[in-house]
Design a protein. Structure first.
Length: 721
């Protein structure tokens, strides 16, 4: 680890002091130090080196993506000038004033013709807290629209919904990840951190026993004490079955249930019917292994139940998480020191991004937009009458699916998402995006969605600007500027301010300085569920580890923040957690003669999300060069494909071309596709539009498909861009 340099007055052209910051990608937010080669804060384009920091979540480790992140700062096709689509349909360079004037005047026209809800906004969980906050304010005040949502709907929304119902509050992990190292047992339902958050394995690896539930034998499952491999979409039955065994074998914590919870009888009413053999029939997990899992968990003094996207991204995802929470509550884990339930949130600011008001039903401080007291508080901070705040809007998929339809939005502004690749039924969503009168995309690379836009606004990226993010533990972190931005690109905050002014808003309502936005966010969040009012840049810069809630007590002592929640009670008025009454139901689509296999989707170690960032990093492209389909060798043989072949994977919605990877440990009824690749390699050409009724999460993890050799002459149902 390099030494902390003594002063800032380095001689010209000497290497600059390393800047302490965090990785641009996932919610673990590994601590890093960036060292630009050039003088000052490093000229745009100068090489930058990264080293891991001793930050607690990564303790000196990084994954391949973190190690190669500086390459992203020098992507050859980095956007450096606004682009406007011309009369011939081509995106051509434009000046900032022309681009912003054009966006503002078209927004005004669309609003005048169709009303304020004809303009919509899609945000992202990668945006800093400051950006997420200002984006929500911009939508509600400058646009006056209710139509704003963000890609977190596609991420952890089912866990957030179930967690809020159970505990009265949703913080992904209500404890620091380092606590996991002390555990006697950890159950991971549908999470593969060995590939999605590798440094987390440092902590998980120290737990005495781990149980992994995943249809694939992932690197995480490989290292586990016990691997349960259910058919995709059947976790709800499995979780009900685990609760059944805990109760019938007398392994549950009757005392904790009585003292800390309500609603056990209702939950048991459904679990009672899920005896082990019935669960085995539905899930394929042998009864003996179900019992083993329960015994490991119940026998542990310190135990955790954690969920990831594999359990959550289903049309029954909220109920599935609720069933795992029910299991955790029955075992007395939440509310006990050294034990608990948690969701492994995914995006860099997946936690903060869901708290500050870019969600359709939400205002800053994790407040509800329909709560009159919340509206009044936020309106006061914003200096407007509460009546000026619109009500709740459509959820992300519903919003995307309404674009350009009768009564749907005619304009969309995208900040921090690439739905052409990442939204379910991607061909359908791409058609909807193409039907818009105006699509504006703010990004720093020409993502697949940016390429469809009428206007592209080039923005800054992580190491070029300041801000805060909140990691998966609810800890607020400082992202710091280490290099100069390329001339021509502007920060999102500045873009929002300049658009707002052109739409008739006072400039001082939209500060461009992140610190000022954060100061306002503190006030707006005060008294809310996610209270940041006691957190300041100064405290963070002094190295304090601050987890929300961290209220400011004007007359009392400085609040230390809350690394561990629920130890004195849950966030419901009576302090008790709620069991939820849930029962199993099948996925919206099940295999049949035409589409006999389950397809599930997820991640590869070397690519991130829609890939718009990591596909621009040559080292990562060498590690994961293109779309693949993992398939059991017997299934491959039946389908007539072999290792390395190009295959077509078809669902009722479309067709993907992917290279065959034979995986003998995979279930024979299941194939797996990563969703990181564009064009006809998009896994989301297969996925459907069923939504969870509670969270509005799409069913990313289950579609019915068939596999065949690519090029076969039955090109029925093919879909492309
Ligand atoms: N390398 C990499 N890391 C990432 C990301 C990335 O894109 N790439 N993205 C970040 C983000 S935003 C997120 S949300 C997290 C996601 O992190 P994870 O939740 O770990 O990632 P996934 O690969 O989506 O899903 C996890 C596992 O669920 C399994 N699965 C599929 N269907 C089912 C099912 O029906 N039941 C069960 N029990 N399991 C199932 C898959 O086989 C997969 O191994 O990762 C973050 N980290
Ligand atoms: N089939 C399938 N589909 C899935 C999933 C799955 O498991 N299976 N997972 C879902 C999940 S969990 C997620 S989180 C989504 C993610 O999918 P997306 O929402 O598409 O996420 P990203 O690919 O991270 O896209 C973010 C875009 O914003 C840009 N960007 C980054 N930072 C900033 C910024 O500060 N400002 C602006 N203006 N732009 C920025 C990036 O360059 C990138 O182009 O995908 C979902 N889709
Ligand atoms: S685990 Fe996540 S935060 Fe850490 S280096 Fe990898 S992508 Fe970055
Ligand atoms: Mo995510």
């Amino acid at each position: 680890m390099s030494e902390q340099p003594s002063g800032r007055s380095a001689p010209l052209a000497a290497p600059q002091a390393p800047v302490a910051t965090h990785c641009p990608y996932c919610a673990l937010q590994c601590g890093t130090r960036l060292s630009p080669a050039g003088p000052g804060d490093g000229p745009a384009g100068a090489p930058v080196t990264v080293e891991p920091d001793a930050f607690p979540v990564n303790q000196g480790g990084l994954c391949q993506k973190g190690w190669t992140a500086p390459t992203l700062l020098r992507a050859p096709d980095r956007l450096r000038t606004p682009l406007l689509r011309n009369g011939a349909g081509r995106l051509v360079p434009a000046s900032w004033p022309d681009a912003l004037d054009s966006v503002a005047s078209r927004l005004r026209e669309i609003r005048a013709a169709h009303g304020p809800d004809a303009v919509a906004v899609l945000g992202g969980g990668g945006l800093t807290n400051e950006k997420a906050y200002l984006l929500g304010k911009f939508a509600r005040l400058a646009l006056g629209t209710s139509q704003i949502d963000y890609n977190g709907r596609f991420c952890m929304s089912s866990a957030a919904t179930a967690g809020t119902a159970a505990f009265g509050l949703d913080r992904g992990l209500p404890f620091p990840v380092t606590d996991l190292a002390e555990a006697d047992a950890v159950l991971l339902a549908g999470a593969n951190p060995a590939e999605t958050m590798p440094p987390l394995m440092r902590h998980l690896g120290r737990a005495k026993a781990t149980i992994v539930i995943d249809p694939r034998r992932t690197p995480t499952a490989e290292r586990a004490t016990l691997h349960l491999s259910p058919a995709p979409g059947t976790d709800l039955a499995l979780a009900l079955g685990l609760l059944h065994i805990a109760v019938t074998e007398g392994l549950y914590d009757r005392d904790a249930v009585e003292r800390r919870t309500v609603g056990f009888e209702g939950a048991w009413g459904h679990a009672a019917a899920w005896w082990p053999e019935r669960v085995e029939r539905v899930t394929g997990v042998p009864a003996s292994r179900q019992a083993e899992a329960v015994r490991i968990l119940a026998g542990a003094r310190r135990a955790y139940v954690l969920t990831g996207r594999g359990a959550e991204q289903h049309s029954n995802g909220t109920d599935t998480v609720a069933a795992f929470v029910n299991l955790a509550l029955a075992l007395g884990l939440p509310g006990r020191a050294g034990s608990g339930y948690g969701c492994l949130t995914g995006q860099g600011n997946g936690q903060g991004g869901r708290e500050h008001g870019q969600k359709a039903d939400q205002l800053p401080g994790y407040r509800s937009i329909t709560d009159p007291r919340a509206r009044e508080h936020v309106a006061r901070v914003w200096g407007v009458a509460p009546e000026r705040l619109p009500g709740p809007g459509r959820s992300a998929f519903e919003l995307l699916d309404a674009l350009g339809t009768d009564g749907g939005p005619r304009a969309l502004l995208v900040f921090g998402s690439n739905p052409v690749v990442s939204a379910p039924d991607a061909a359908r969503v791409t058609r909807r995006l193409s039907a818009l009168d105006l699509l504006v995309v703010a990004d720093f690379v020409p993502s697949e969605t940016a390429r469809l836009a009428h206007v592209v606004l080039p923005v800054l990226q992580w190491a070029e600007e300041e801000g805060t993010l909140t990691n998966l533990e609810g800890r607020v972190l400082r992202r710091r500027r280490a290099v100069s931005p390329p001339p021509g690109a502007r920060g999102d905050l500045r873009v929002l301010r300049e658009l707002a002014v052109r739409l008739g808003e006072p400039a001082d309502r939209y500060p461009e300085e992140p610190r000022l936005v954060f100061e306002e966010l503190r006030r707006a969040s005060r008294g809310g569920r996610a209270d940041y009012s006691g957190i300041t840049y100064e405290r963070l810069d002094a190295g304090e580890a601050l987890y929300w809630p961290c209220p400011q007590n004007p007359d009392g002592p400085t609040h230390p923040g809350t690394p561990r929640m629920f130890l004195d009670g849950f966030a419901h008025p009576d302090g008790r957690a709620r069991f939820q009454e849930v029962d199993h139901r099948e996925p919206a689509e099940t295999p049949d003669d035409r589409f006999p296999l389950w397809a599930t989707t997820g991640r590869l170690l070397a690519q991130y999300q829609s890939g718009s960032q990591t596909r621009r990093v040559p080292d990562l492209m060498r590690a994961a060069p293109g779309p693949t389909v993992e398939i059991h060798p017997d299934t491959a043989a039946r389908a007539g494909v072999a290792e390395g072949d190009l295959a077509w994977v078809r669902s009722a919605r479309g067709r993907v071309t992917a290279r065959v990877r034979m995986v003998p440990t995979l279930r024979a009824d299941t194939v797996f596709l990563p969703f990181h690749f564009p064009d006809d390699g998009r896994a989301n050409l297969l996925t459907g539009t069923a939504l969870d009724p509670r969270s509005k999460m799409p069913e990313f993890k289950v579609s019915a498909v068939r596999v065949e050799p690519a090029g076969r002459g039955t090109a029925r149902g093919a879909t492309g861009l």
